[in-house]
Design a protein around this ligand. Structure first.
Ligand code: HEC
Length: 202
């Protein structure tokens, strides 16, 4: 009987523990954040905590919740593709419509994350680490999405484009991906820190 009571108390303590934790604050209060913290994305089986303080930003995992950082794109091809297929960038600022690219990208619609949005807004010559743009690629009819081009800054210093991660996927095939790809940076060098989109977004 006493054993049973202990078990009930232990279970109650476990259930109560998340409530005792703070909001999803990036661990500022010294606590390890939990998926059950207020403001954090909910837990999905097998989803690890990635963004500081907020779990569940990996490919296929839950995205943004109020109070948590926006879900950020991974910089390896497999995870990034899953992240793109889940349209994890859908909450980012975007162009209002699909339009013809002035470059080689066909018909496109560009999305930028908050970090890049802020940096473009400040007309920075160099964007901070974590700045990212996703470009949806469309068929000639402008309604069928056929892939994505992506650029993600992986360090504060651009290092002549070498610290940007580039990714291009079209018609169910990985065209190219990697750090500082010559094909991409050769053309993107015309933009401020390799970003060429017209800003404010059209
Ligand atoms: C011949 C020039 C050219 C090449 C090569 C090129 N791009 Fe672009 N890219 C552009 C232009 C111009 C834009 C601006 C938007 C538009 O008109 O498409 C752009 C826009 C983008 C954007 C949206 C953010 C931004 O910088 O404006 C991404 C992401 C992107 N390109 C990725 C890539 C990747 C990845 C590669 C290499 C596989 C690549 N691009 C190669 C010309 C190029």
């Amino acid at each position: 009987m006493l054993k049973d009571l202990e078990a009930v108390l232990a279970a109650a303590a476990i259930a109560a523990a998340p409530l005792a934790m703070g909001a999803c604050d990036g661990g500022d209060d010294g606590e390890t954040e939990s998926v059950t913290d207020a403001g954090c994305p909910g837990s999905t089986g097998g989803c690890p905590g990635t963004t500081t303080g907020c779990p569940g930003t990996s490919a296929g995992c839950p995205g943004t919740s109020a109070g948590c950082p926006a879900t950020e794109p991974p910089t390896n091809a497999d995870d990034l593709l899953a992240w793109l297929e889940a349209e994890s960038y859908s909450g980012w600022a975007s162009e209002s419509a699909v339009h013809a690219s002035s470059g080689p990208h066909g018909n496109v619609k560009i999305f930028i994350n908050q970090t890049l949005d802020d940096s473009l807004g400040a007309a920075n010559a160099e964007h901070p680490m974590g700045a990212a743009a996703v470009k949806e690629l469309y068929d000639a009819d402008s309604t069928t999405r056929i892939g994505w081009s992506v650029e993600i800054k992986t360090a504060a210093d651009s290092n002549m484009g070498m610290n940007w991660y580039w990714f291009d996927y079209k018609n169910d095939a990985l065209n190219m991906e990697g750090m500082g790809l010559g094909t991409c940076i050769g053309c993107h060098a015309s933009g401020a820190d390799y970003v060429t989109v017209t800003y404010p977004l059209q």
